[in-house]
Every structure is written in C-alpha cells, then in structure tokens.
Design a binder for this molecule. Structure first.
Ligand code: WTA
Length: 660
C-alpha cells in the first residue's frame, strides 16, 4: 500500500510476480469460440459510436438519440444512450418468452442440498407476482427496496421485480451486521426491506430476523413494509400490519401481470455499497441502459455466454459480480444462471464438481481465493467428475497468481478451456480488462489489455504513462457505458483526487481506479493490488479505515492501523496494530472485544488474523501512520528507507511484538 497522495513505490520487482509464459488458445477450443477480434477494429475507428453494438442488443421502448452525450468540453457529465427508454426486467425476462419460455433461467442449489429450477416462464410468473405485491405495498418508481437475504431465488426475483417497477434495489449481503444494514438503508432512504427468518452458514442456522429487526429499530424512521422469506421453515411471525410473508405474497398475486415501467437509460437500476477509501461505505449507483448494455455485451464477449449456455458465477448476489454476471448478464442473454447458496470453497470438496457435472455448467466464473482452496483440496476432486461440459473459466476479484492460474487451467479445464482473468470493480459495473476466450493468448499472472471500446493506461504520479514493466496507477482513460452514475456525473475531478481516486488534468479525463499495476510491451496489464486503503480478503472488498474505525471505538484503544498481509490461502489476511490508552490494559480481554467490535460493525465473516499490541505506531513527520511499513513488517520483508519516520525506534519494537 502506498500513500495515495504520493507516487507508487517500487518495492516489488514487477518481473518477479509475472511469468511471461504465454498460453495459446487451446486447440480444443478453436472453432468453439464466438467472440472475435472484429470489435477492436470497429472501435479503433468509431468510438464511441461503436458502443451501439452493445446498446442495440437490448430491446428499447424508445430509441436513444445518441450513444454518448458529454458536457460542453467533452468531459463529464457523461450520459450513455441518452434519450432512450427501456425496462431491464423486460430485457432479462419478457423478451425471452416467445422463443425460450421453457428454457431454464435459474438453477438454484441450496445449502442443505435442495434445488429449484425456474424456466423463463416460471421466473416471469414469480417476478410479476412479487412486482404486483410490492406495488400494492406502496413501492413506486425510484423507491429504494433493500434486500437482506441469503443467496436464494427470491434475491434475483426481487431485483427483477424492482426493475420492472422502476424501483431501485439495494442488495445487502446477508452476512453483514445489523449496523451495516442500518447504515446502508438509511443512507439510501430505503423504506422497504425483504429479509428472511434466517439462513444457513457452514451448516448452522443463523437468525437473520433478529439482526434485521435490530437494524430497522435503529433507523430514524419507520419502514413502510417488510417482507420475510421463510428460509429455515420457522413460519416467521408476520402478524404486524407492515410485515408480510414472501410465499403468501407470491400466492396472493399469482397470475397478476405488471406492465414493465419504461425507464430512461440514465435512470438508476440499483444501488450497491462497497468499500471506499474514507472508511465509510461508498454508495454506487448503476444505470438502466449503459449498465445493462455493457454487462450483457461483456457476458457475451468475455465469458462467451450464448442463449443456451449454463453459467455459474459463484459470487453471492450481495456483491457486484453477483449482480452483473450472476443475474443481469446471463438473463439478458437468455442463458441459464446457476445460483448456489453455498460458497464453493466452504463445502465438501466434491460438491462443486458434482454440480458442474449435474447441471452441465459451461462457464465457471469465480475468484482466485476459491481456486486456491480447490488446489489445496487436491486435483483428485475435479478429476473424479466429468467436467467435459466446461468451456470457459473466469476469475475476478484479486490478482491471480500464475501458479494457481495453471492449476485451474490444467485440473479444472483439462487444458481445453481458456481461462480469462477479468479486471473490474463495483464502480465500473462490467469487466473492463481481460483477454478474450478463443481470440487472445493468455499470460498467466496478467489480466490482459483493455477490452474493445475501453481505454486503460498505467501512469506515474504526474499522470504520464509509464514505460513497460514500470509500476504505476491503473487508470481508465475514457468513459464506458456501465460506469457508475457517480463517476459519470462528477465534474469536480480535481477535488476528487484526494477523497476518491479520480483524476482529470489538462482537459483529459481519466479515472484512477486505486490499483497499482504495470503493463508489458504487448499491452498485457498485471494488477499488483490496491494502492489505497481498500483491501481484498477472500475476494471481498473492505476498507481498512472502516475496520480501524470499529477498533478505536472499543474502550481502552487509543489508535489502530489495519493492513493486509500476504496469505497463501485467502490472498490477504488482516492484521491490526493497536495501541492502548493505558499500558496496563489486559490485552487478552481486549483482543476478544476487538474481534467482536469488527464483527458487529461489519459482519461475522470479517476476521482479524492477528492483533499486535504496540506502544506506538510508525508515523511520518506529518503524523500519518505509515501503513506501508507495517505491511512490510507483517510480510517479513525488508523495508528500505525509514527516514520519513518520526519515531524510527518503533520498528524494532514492532518486529519483536510480531513474534508474540
Ligand atoms: C481487485 C469486484 C487483480 C482490484 C468485481 C479492484 C482485481 C477491486 C481483479 C474491485 C483482477 C478485481 N486482478 N485485482 N482480475 N479484479 N480486482 O469492487 O483491486 O469488489 O480495484 O469488484 O478488486 O473490487 P470490487
């Protein structure tokens, strides 16, 4: 991690983390791929107009006037497909009915082995019933409906029902704490909640209802309605007027039809919260037209999903990957999406492969941390199953090291399936950097270049593109259709440099994404990781500031700094450095309180791998905590120049305490 105000340092030798070996398109895949190079040629001469290729793949109620409209100086605000009107639910469900009503839209596999299959006809029926029910509960266009649900079909159904009504969904990961839910509802002004009685986590039933109630009680306003899914079979109490059982709602409105509400292309489709650099959850809004167009486009181009394909994107719907490649992308294309209530790295090692075999999964999209678990469990597990249905393997969320990449390619793909390492973010909505399956050779360790229509660079601190092999900031150089509203409308780029990570200069526009990277001579980008206060653990994104904030709230704590240490399994493990207000504090009780505080503020899934108590934290002369140094100490690496330190004596102290 580096100081976001400064230039990326060169602690790591880029060459050492990048195996330049190329993997050509597998011969078995040749002729099976549908993406082509053709988009690149078109975009090279015809940007942004060529984005009509993505826009025109959707069904519009009213045609758009322009692919991209900009501010007077060619900069923000950016509006994609301005003037156009469409409905996202109609695009993901209704338009497939004439040809594909009996095709499977959603295959669900529950925690305790249950399964459910929805054809497009079934999905249409339930989405309409839920939309009719929500409408009668008062949900109107632009109202924000929050879900706090495990990965059950109701999440996708509610998302689509909201889209149908022009309401804005706000999906909150079920593992988040009551506090985290309350903040995400209040900030969004959300007066509707769909939750469940509970859910299963690692075989245990978790009481979700109590958490949801705690959250809603702490809101400064009353909710208009709460809908409860009976996941555990507890027949939850919905006797209050503002409480409704999901199943009863579906039954009561079964057979009703709700006309899809036409939305402007730039109208919000959903909100999603992610971790930002400020320690506060960051709200990101995605649009109806640009988002859906680019998500559908990239699902087709990057994951090679066609209408009859079976796609398993393993991310929970609570994250952007679940939204884009678990729900909207596959359904916009009329494909089959697989939703599992379990994470593939937290079950019996044969279960993921039995599912691939049973359902004939063709496209598997997961995270490096999951593949590392597979590799640890051993190649005999995938080898014991018929995985010949697999065609394309994808990865997202964190740097994919070459060794794990090779394992995925060999033992899951059998050397026949292209592996695409896709780079993107909550803010970008869709994949922006990747190789194309069947078109590009892969370079394990590198993600590839910017996709057709997307511009990307690696720049130094002054904004100049770096030479090949030199680390710098990854920037996206042109607007793209699925860009978050917040990025598209921010005109104060200069002011955003410190708080966020956008940079504009000399009339140029670019978006600094917060990652450090380098590019090779052929344009393949290797992403090294976050360069700001955001960390990825187990493929999930956290802000160290948010965790630090929870820690310093604990009585007895003076200061806290949280960093991510390299971890062979999860990619990163969280280490907290804590100073106490009083040296005589009993640190063993405090240690427990710190773990509890993080769980309460963020969620039970967030675990501090290590807490190091120290009399002092390393600080610069201007008083900033030098997290980079803490990272080096935690990783047992050399840490070079410490002359900027106000208190160099702390280094030896920390090293000693790390051994405790
Ligand atoms: C990281 C997830 C390396 C990166 C879709 C980014 C990656 C953050 C890759 C966004 C990749 C994502 N290689 N790093 N292929 N893909 N990242 O918002 O640091 O949860 O900024 O979106 O994940 O995480 P988010």
């Amino acid at each position: 991690m580096t100081d976001p105000d400064g230039s990326p340092d060169d602690r790591r030798d880029p060459g050492s983390s990048h195996e330049a070996d190329c993997v050509p398109v597998p011969s078995a895949f040749e002729g099976r791929a549908t993406p082509t190079d053709d988009d690149r040629d078109e975009f090279a001469v015809n940007w942004p107009a060529a984005w009509a290729r993505a826009g025109d793949a959707l069904e519009w109620e009213r045609d758009y006037d322009a692919v991209l409209s900009t501010g007077d100086d060619g900069g923000p605000p950016f509006e994609w497909f301005a003037g156009g009107e469409l409905n996202a639910c109609a695009n993901c469900v209704d338009r497939h009915l004439p040809e594909r009503a009996d095709a499977v839209a959603l295959e669900w596999n529950g925690h305790i082995g249950e399964s459910r299959t929805y054809t497009y006809r079934d999905l249409h029926r339930e989405v309409n019933a839920v939309a009719a029910g929500l409408r009668d509960l008062g949900v109107d266009a632009d109202d924000v409906v929050t879900t706090y649900l495990p990965a059950v079909p109701a999440v996708a159904v509610v998302m689509l029902a909201c889209a149908r009504l022009g309401a804005v969904h706000n999906v909150v990961f079920a593992g988040f704490s009551a506090d985290a839910l309350a903040t995400r509802m209040e900030r969004a002004g959300s007066r509707y909640l769909v939750t469940s009685d509970g859910y299963y986590r690692r075989g245990e039933a978790v009481d979700q209802r109590r958490r949801a109630d705690n959250a809603t009680m702490s809101l400064p306003y009353e909710l208009d309605a709460t809908v409860v899914v009976d996941r555990l079979g507890t027949n939850p109490d919905v006797s209050r007027d503002d409480r409704h059982a999901y199943d009863a709602l579906v039954d009561a409105y079964d057979g009703e039809r709700v006309a899809p509400v036409p939305r402007a292309a730039t109208d919000p489709l959903f909100r999603i919260y992610t971790s930002g650099t400020t320690g506060e959850p960051k709200s990101v809004t995605h649009t109806t037209g640009g988002y859906l167009a680019q998500v559908a486009w990239s699902t087709r181009r990057v994951l090679d999903v066609t209408a009859d394909a079976v796609v398993w994107s393993t991310a929970d719907p609570g994250w952007i990957t679940g939204h884009s490649y678990g729900v909207y992308g596959p359904l916009a294309l009329g494909a089959t999406t697989v939703l599992t209530e379990w994470s593939p790295d937290a079950v019996d090692p044969d279960r993921p492969w039995a599912l691939v075999e049973d359902l004939g999964v063709e496209v598997l999209y997961t995270a490096p941390t999951v593949v590392r678990s597979f590799a640890k469990w051993g190649a005999e597990h995938p080898a014991g199953h018929d995985l010949s249905s697999l065609r394309v393997l994808g990865s997202v969320g964190e740097p994919f090291d070459a060794e794990t990449w090779e394992w995925y390619y060999e033992h899951v793909g059998g050397g026949d399936c292209p592996v695409v390492d896709t780079w993107w973010q909550t803010e970008t909505g869709a994949v922006l950097l990747s190789t194309l399956p069947g078109v590009d050779e892969a370079r394990p360790g590198a993600v590839g270049g910017a996709l057709a229509g997307v511009g990307a660079s690696v720049r130094d601190a002054s904004g100049e593109p770096t030479d090949p092999g030199q680390r710098g900031w990854l920037t996206i150089d042109r607007p793209w259709p699925a860009m978050a509203r917040e990025l598209a409308t921010a005109t104060d780029w200069g002011a955003r440099v410190a708080a966020e990570s956008g940079v504009g200069r000399d009339g140029d526009w670019w978006y600094r994404v917060g990652d450090e990277a380098f590019v090779d001579a052929d344009g393949y980008v290797t992403v090294l990781g976050r360069a700001d206060d955001v960390v990825n653990v187990d493929g999930r994104r956290f802000s160290t500031g948010e965790i630090e904030h929870a820690l310093v709230e604990v009585a007895g704590v003076a200061e806290a700094a949280v960093i991510a240490r390299d971890d062979p399994d999860s990619g990163n493990a969280l280490v907290a450095y804590v100073t106490t207000a009083d040296e005589r504090t009993d640190v063993s009780t405090l240690r427990e309180a710190l773990g509890d505080a993080v769980a309460a503020a963020i969620g039970a899934g967030v675990r501090l791998d290590q807490v190091v108590f120290t009399p002092d934290l390393p600080k610069t002369r201007s008083g900033k905590i030098m997290r980079r140094l803490l990272e080096d100490i935690a990783n047992g690496e050399g840490y070079g120049d410490t002359s900027a330190l106000r208190n160099p004596e702390v280094v030896g102290e920390l090293e000693a305490r790390h051994q405790d």
